[in-house]
Design a binder for this molecule. Structure first.
Ligand code: ZN
Length: 59
């Protein structure tokens, strides 16, 4: 049985690392929590570069 673990959908912008939770929103920032699959550290993530550039611009 697959564990129903979710991860903060905004952790890349708001936290230093993924924030996992069993509820429907992040306990730390209140953002929506999304199903943790696929893995948050997927090296094939097609949006990874986009998010990284966003993060740089926000700093
Ligand atoms: Zn969060």
């Amino acid at each position: 049985m697959k564990a129903d673990i979710r991860v903060c959908s905004a952790w890349r912008e708001r936290h230093d690392r993924p924030v996992y939770t069993l509820s429907s929103d992040c306990p730390e920032c209140g953002a929506d929590a999304e199903n943790s699959a696929p893995a948050p550290f997927d090296p094939e993530d097609p949006y990874g570069e986009y998010r990284r550039s966003l993060k740089r611009r926000n700093r």
